[in-house]
Design a binder for this molecule. Structure first.
Ligand code: DMJ
Length: 454
């Protein structure tokens, strides 16, 4: 019977066709699909409560259900930080409403001193990715206005940025800063430069990165404190934690986003020293601690929630072996109390700082490692972390940080990065691969995806 197919073969053919056309999902895909939907629902819970209790303000305080503005007047931190997450999750009505609020109410003509680093990564980054995702030119106009108002920070004798700038007068303050604050600007200022055609943004931010790099020690390490007027180090403690972390991140990512070979060269001249002097092998586990930048001597055996971004960066730069091992240590840290502490002494396994600020870094690294390895274990770990995150941090009006991971006592704080980063990385970990084309974007340090500009 040449033109009849046997029933079993027919069924197999139907099944194969369904799989090929995506109509039948493998059980693990189905699970991931459910988890992505759950993350989206929980994100909406946080967003809806921001809308209900703090609309138009910088942030929601999730226990007192009150708004909070960083500088006494709002710069719309949460809506700007959350806009691209709303877009990525296809929450179209909410994204449209947030965008209307931003273009109607956001003004940078304000008599306030703002922190250049935070405003750059959250607002400049959020406006630029929002513009690239929606094509709304008004977001780019806001970004350009903000960029112009931030530029005076670079008017120091060294070109390293001051910490604070007055958005209205351009006066600056704060001469003692750190590599994260001097070196985490080029993705945003560089993108602004490409989009506006104004070289000044790229040049000033790149110089700040180079001036930081130039002051590395003979060992190749940077310290934790630097004076922008003298260029001298004020604190020689070296690590990958808060205050230095995203300086390394931007060396590599600026090479990827802009193809800037100077950035690649600076990364290549820096990362061997980080791997040589900051790593500890303890009972077969890999950890990164602290060392003096001049002598290389161990100063602290601490690692924490902020350090947990590093596996993502290792994976992105091709070092999957170290990335996997360090991520295993991060999971160990998380599982000690079912939520990671801010700082852990990895030698004694004692908590040094017990708070949990709903930070994204460990989730970010889980997402990168899943992307590069396809190992389902990373999704399993991500599911466990999301369960813990919901169990301990959900409130009836949003998500709350914890004062202490041992007692799980909640704190009246929900930073804008929870909506920009933590939920976004959880979602992307479970969402289908095409949700955001990983290879076409570079995430800034606040998880704002920036696209390459030809
Ligand atoms: C965010 O603002 C950024 O990820 C920054 O680089 C480090 N800290 C927070 C999140 O923990």
């Amino acid at each position: 019977m040449p033109d009849r197919i046997a029933p079993t073969a027919f069924l197999l053919a139907v099944f194969a066709a369904l799989v090929t056309h995506g109509c039948a999902k493998a059980p693990q895909d189905e699970r991931a699909h459910q988890l992505a939907a759950r993350v989206r629902t929980e994100f909406l819970h946080a967003w809806n409560n921001y809308e209900r209790y703090a609309w138009g303000h910088d942030a929601l305080r999730p226990l007192s259900k009150t708004p909070h503005d960083w500088y006494g007047q709002s710069l719309l931190m949460t809506p700007v930080d959350a806009l691209d997450t709303l877009v990525v999750m296809h929450l179209d009505a909410e994204a449209a409403k947030a965008r209307s609020l931003i273009v109607r109410d956001l003004s940078f003509d304000r008599d306030i001193y703002v922190k250049n680093f935070e405003i750059t990564i959250r607002l400049l980054g959020g406006l630029l990715s929002g513009y690239q995702l929606t094509g709304d030119k008004r977001l780019l106009n806001l970004a350009e206005d903000l960029g112009n108002r931030l530029l005076p920070v670079f008017n120091s004798p060294t070109g390293l940025p001051y910490v604070y700038v007055s958005l209205r007068t351009g006066q600056t303050r704060g001469a003692v800063t750190n590599p994260a604050e001097t070196g985490t600007l080029l993705l945003e200022f560089g993108t602004l430069s490409k989009l506006t055609g104004k070289a000044v943004f790229y040049d000033k931010a790149k110089r700040a990165l180079i001036e930081t790099f130039k002051r590395r020690s003979q060992l190749g390490l940077v310290g934790q404190g630097i004076n922008v007027e003298t260029g001298a180090w004020t604190n020689t403690d070296s690590h990958i934690s808060g205050g230095i972390d995203s300086y390394y991140e931007y060396l590599w990512k600026c090479w990827l986003l802009f193809g800037d070979k100077d950035c690649r060269d600076m990364w290549e001249a820096s990362i061997p020293a980080v791997n040589k002097y900051l790593t500890d092998e303890i009972g077969g586990e890999l950890w990164y601690g602290h060392a003096d930048m001049q002598t290389g001597k161990r100063t602290e055996t601490t690692y924490g929630a902020l350090d947990a971004f590093f596996p993502a960066l290792l994976a992105l730069s091709g070092d999957l072996a170290r990335a996997r091992r360090l991520q295993a240590s991060s999971f160990k840290m998380w599982n000690l109390y079912g939520i990671e502490p801010e700082i852990l002494d990895y030698k004694t396994i004692h908590v040094v700082a017990g708070s949990y600020h709903l930070r994204p870094e460990i989730v970010e690294s889980t997402y990168y490692l899943y992307h590069y390895t396809g190992d389902p274990e990373y999704r399993h770990r991500g599911e466990k972390m999301f369960d813990d995150f919901v169990r301990y941090c959900r409130t009836d009006s949003g998500y709350a940080a914890l004062t202490d991971v041992t007692s799980k006592q909640q704190l009246d704080e929900m930073e804008s990065f929870v909506l920009a980063e933590t939920f976004k990385y959880f979602y992307l970990l479970f969402a289908p691969a095409g949700t955001l084309e990983f290879d076409k974007v570079i995430f800034n340090t606040e998880a704002h995806p920036l696209r390459r500009i030809p």
